[in-house]
Write a protein that binds this ligand. Structure first.
Ligand SMILES: Nc1nc2c(ncn2[C@@H]2O[C@H](COP(=O)(O)OP(=O)(O)OP(=O)(O)O)[C@@H](O)[C@H]2O)c(=O)[nH]1
Length: 205
């Protein structure tokens, strides 16, 4: 598993039983910042297989605190369920909270959204770009896990491009449009209009 890289390190792996099945959790670190990330893998594959994967960006409020202000928690659950149903797959869980602005800045952005701004306007009002995420560690993580061809669960074309730029073959995309509620319909509409996410328009009416 250990690969030499100037930017990233693999740390260790362990069993991770979950509600859906038994995964293995793998720990990684960005050397320059000390930022920690994890990958969950399930099942087995050959080097040439197309592996179902999800790149999930940390969302403490949605993933751990049950918020329905976004669709993150529902997407995380659905991704793990999909992987187990398909018998193999990988979830890359990147610690890029709030599209990269961090937890406390996300709460500041939520405050501005409570006052009427949309998710992009709120980021920009705080002096950030709409999306600050960096996916470069994904190439290293997938390399360590011996994955080179993927079926990516996402509605976000930027993730497809980011993987292609890293030399990963994105053979297919599986939409992941779970968790749309009255609490987040406007937020998701904004993501389609301003950030390029692809959603079935009927789901957003
Ligand atoms: N700045 C900011 N971040 C948010 C907000 N709502 C959710 N997030 C963060 O957005 C990230 C998830 O992004 P999404 O746009 O839902 O999904 P995606 O990862 O781009 O695309 P998918 O693969 O289709 O889910 C997580 O890091 C969340 O913490 C918000 O209103 N403002």
């Amino acid at each position: 598993m250990k690969h030499q890289d100037p930017l990233f390190d693999y740390i260790s792996s362990a069993r991770l039983p979950t509600r859906w099945g038994q995964f293995t959790i793998h720990g990684f670190v960005e050397k320059h910042s000390g930022q920690e990330h994890v990958a969950l893998s399930y099942g087995q594959w050959q080097e040439d297989d197309v592996v179902p994967i999800r790149i999930h960006s940390e969302c403490l409020t949605g993933d751990a605190l049950f918020s329905t202000r976004c669709d993150c928690g529902a997407q995380l659950e659905k991704a793990l369920q999909n992987i187990v149903e398909q018998g193999k797959g990988v979830l890359l869980y990147l610690r890029q909270e709030g599209r990269g602005i961090g937890l406390l800045n996300k709460i500041r952005a939520y405050h501005l959204q409570d006052k009427g701004m949309d998710t992009v306007e709120a980021n920009e009002h705080l002096g950030f770009d709409a999306d600050l995420r960096d996916y470069s560690i994904c190439g290293y993580m997938l390399d360590c896990l011996k994955v080179s061809k993927v079926n990516l669960m996402t509605n976000n074309p930027r993730k497809i491009q980011a993987l292609r730029d890293l030399g990963i073959e994105v053979v297919a995309r599986t939409p992941i449009d779970h968790g749309i509620t009255d609490d987040n319909r406007i937020y998701i509409r904004t993501k389609t209009q301003k950030l390029g996410h692809e959603f079935d328009p009927h789901l957003l009416k």
